[in-house]
Design a protein around this ligand. Structure first.
Ligand code: HEC
Length: 227
């Protein structure tokens, strides 16, 4: 007798438990008996906050914050940071050492950041052109072949005409790596189309490494690349 009561109870509990899995969905969150640390208060990106005076949960970096690897010497503005030499002219060479890792990185970054508009071969037939007929230049013209590397760097850093600036999404070393790849695309196309003439040949891409100069932290200030 007692035994059957117990098994009836067990059966009833099992049915009750099973009745939770009826196969229908609910828009309500599941019952969480022991939330423990699964759910923690936090701000979503771009969320509002009543805690801060400006109402934004996201905080700007403290003035003078320097991103890793972006410490630069203000007094000695090397071409690495600006694409320009001491006289303010655009440099023609890539102001950093170029190896296979840089080339691979440049190809990858180019296809992520430039390919959307300039397409991965640099013909200017990216999605913006296809869908919106936005006039996007091909890199395979004499003008773009002869454009100094520093000017391309400046274009990516500050934008140009319809092209937005990529200063924030693309770190300086990646901008140069992208230009290395752009030059490789140009050279490859020239080669296929019957060889380079001296005037068309892209500027040499390799020079002695000029590593970015390090300065003591107190000198580091956030600095606009464009004067
Ligand atoms: C959102 C689309 C878009 C992306 C992404 C883009 N570009 Fe452009 N780019 C353009 C357009 C449009 C122009 C033409 C601008 C004009 O003439 O007004 C242009 C022009 C240029 C020029 C020629 C500037 C001149 O002086 O004529 C260069 C060089 C260039 N882009 C390089 C790049 C590189 C390198 C990248 C990747 C880091 C890149 N672009 C990413 C749209 C884009």
């Amino acid at each position: 007798m007692r035994r059957s009561t117990r098994s009836n109870l067990a059966l009833a509990l099992a049915l009750l438990a099973l009745s939770g899995c009826r196969g229908c969905t609910s828009s309500r969150p599941p019952v969480h008996l022991n939330p423990n640390m699964d759910v923690q208060p936090r701000y979503e990106p771009q969320a509002a906050s009543a805690f801060f005076y400006n109402g934004q949960a996201m905080r700007p970096p403290v003035p003078g914050t320097v991103a890793r690897g972006e410490l630069r010497n203000l007094t000695n503005d090397s071409p690495y940071w600006t694409g320009k030499d001491a006289g303010g002219a655009f440099v023609t060479a890539i102001p950093m050492a170029v190896d296979d890792a840089v080339r691979a990185r440049g190809k990858q970054r180019f296809e992520i950041y430039c390919g959307a508009c300039h397409d991965k071969h640099g013909d200017g037939k990216g999605i913006l052109y296809e869908r919106g007929k936005v006039p996007t230049p091909s890199f395979h013209t004499d003008r773009l072949r002869q454009m100094p590397a520093g000017q391309i760097f400046d274009t990516v850093t500050n934008g140009f005409g319809l092209m937005p600036s990529y200063r924030y999404p693309i770190p300086v070393s990646d901008r140069w790596a992208i230009i290395v790849h752009l030059r490789a695309l140009q050279a490859h196309r020239l080669e296929r189309s019957g060889g380079a003439t001296a005037a068309q040949a892209p500027a040499p891409t390799e020079t002695a490494p000029a590593p970015p100069q390090q300065t003591p932290p107190q000198q580091a200030q956030p600095q606009e690349v464009k004067p």
